[in-house]
Write a new protein. Structure first.
Ligand code: CMC
Length: 428
């Protein structure tokens, strides 16, 4: 007999089914709760709410486990290419050699941007944050490809939209940077793989030959894999929520990009480096900044610390920390910010405030230092996160559409005025 949970309310006992996932994660199924009892649940920030059943990513925040489709993040980051991981997330299995080549080829045939779109870039102010430019240009893709508007049109049409989005995000990301420095856009080069092509579009100049540094391309490959999916986080839930109204993939991902931009989510990587620079220019007194982070009257938070679901360690942060040391050593860079970051980490990990609240370095704590080392400007850090997260967003959107999930529509507990009579303006 399957397990149930018993709920006692107003003298009545209700039995609610218990759902068990493949990693033995348990949930109480409350989908019939309101019909049965008239009650809803209240869970601000969805801290205890499972919004869906998903077979894409498994995460155990207590044990620090992260797996995509069953494969550990450590193995994938060590051995796979980002495009292989994207295929795995979106289609469910690692590609064979033939499938991989086909997938890569299909992406390469869609990397160009419609020439009319170049005019959008001219219209943005030169100081426009690249995340704002990215979410707008991604959303506008739906106007160029109207066949994407119906997400249920046909599997082939849906797949074409997916390939286009994967292909065009690096081009639009790199162009949002080129635009911010008012440099000429560099067109994609199909001799390059996904990461190399992005670096070429970011850093090549029409006047000089550009050589993609394999150390930089490999570091980027690893960083993108580490960011590729993270189950029902804020931006992914946004993508699923927007998509649940049957909005097209471009609009759904554009909304995800906007959600990612916030400093509590993907925007934290930019904030981390700005914080480290601030501490450095302030003389590098780490203890002073730890005190500030602990002071409830002070709005300062230790950016890159803490996580909603990781309460022991963030496995991505462990890999990134190691990669950070390797990349800086290979590139011969001695960054004082890395020293400050390591000091901050050491002090925080020994401090009762951080220990008692399970606050550990997260994925964003060290990623900014690598991005800085490989020449990515600070304002582009969150764009890099978006580039990595795209396969996850696509996979989650596709799963939601194919499982025919209902439109997302939470309830609320209303705490406003109770019904009252309208009073004419002259009588108020
Ligand atoms: N510095 C100082 N105190 C903190 C921090 C921090 N970075 N993070 C949490 N706390 C404290 C918080 O004040 C609270 O204390 P108290 O219990 O005394 O009120 C307690 O720890 C719990 O924090 P919370 O804000 O209730 O936890 P949450 O799960 O709602 O928030 C978080 C998680 C990631 C938004 C938060 O830890 C934070 O703001 N961290 C800094 C921003 C950051 O690095 N974000 C990137 C997350 S990883 C990338 C991604 O996937 O988005």
């Amino acid at each position: 007999m399957s397990e149930t949970a018993k709920l006692e309310l107003e003298g009545k006992i209700y039995e609610l089914p218990v759902v068990c996932g493949s990693e033995n994660e348990k949930a109480i199924d409350i989908s019939k709760l309101r019909d049965m009892t008239g009650y809803v649940t209240l869970d601000t920030g969805y801290k205890n709410t499972g919004a869906t059943k998903s077979d894409i990513t498994f995460l155990d925040g207590e044990l620090g486990i992260l797996r995509y489709r069953g494969y550990s993040i450590e193995q994938l980051a060590e051995k796979a290419s980002f495009i292989e991981v994207a295929y795995l997330l979106i289609y469910g299995e690692l590609p064979t050699q033939k499938e991989f080549e086909e997938f890569q080829y299909n992406i390469k045939t869609h990397t160009l941007i419609h020439e009319d779109m170049k005019r959008f870039f001219e219209a943005f102010p030169s100081k426009a944050h690249p995340m704002g430019v990215l979410s707008s240009t991604i959303s506008s893709l739906a106007t160029f490809y109207p066949e994407s508007l119906n997400p249920n049109r046909s599997p082939a049409a849906k797949n074409l939209t997916i390939l286009r989005l994967l292909a065009k995000l690096p081009t639009l990301s790199a162009w949002s940077y080129k635009n911010s420095i008012r440099h000429k856009f560099m067109y994609p080069k199909n001799c390059y793989n996904y990461c190399e092509n992005f670096l070429h579009m970011m850093f090549a100049m029409p006047t000089e030959d550009y050589h993609v540094d394999p150390i930089v391309a490999s570091a980027l490959n690893k960083l993108l894999i580490l960011h590729a999916d993270h189950e029902q986080n804020c931006s992914t839930s946004t993508v699923r929520m927007v998509g649940s109204s049957q909005a097209n993939l471009y609009s759904s991902v554009s909304a995800g990009i906007s959600a990612l931009w916030g400093p509590l989510h993907g925007g934290a990587n930019q904030e981390v480096i700005e914080m480290l620079e601030q501490i450095h220019s302030d003389g590098g007194n780490v203890d002073k900044w730890i005190l500030k982070a602990k002071d409830k009257e002070d709005p300062f938070r230790l950016m890159g610390f803490g996580h909603r679901v990781y309460k022991n360690f963030d496995p991505r942060a462990n890999i990134i920390k190691k990669t950070c040391d390797e990349v800086l050593e290979k590139l011969g860079i001695n960054d004082p910010l890395l020293e400050i970051a390591k000091k901050l980490e050491k002090v925080a990990l020994e401090d009762e405030y951080f220990k008692s609240r399970n606050l550990y370095p997260n994925v964003d704590f060290y990623s900014g230092i690598i991005y800085k080392a490989i020449g990515i400007p600070t304002e582009m850090f969150t764009v890099m996160f978006a580039l990595g997260r795209l396969p996850g967003w696509i996979a989650q959107w596709k799963e939601m559409i194919e499982n025919k999930e209902p439109i997302g529509r939470p309830r609320q507990i209303y705490i406003g005025q109770v019904g009252r009579e309208y009073v004419e303006i002259n009588d108020r």
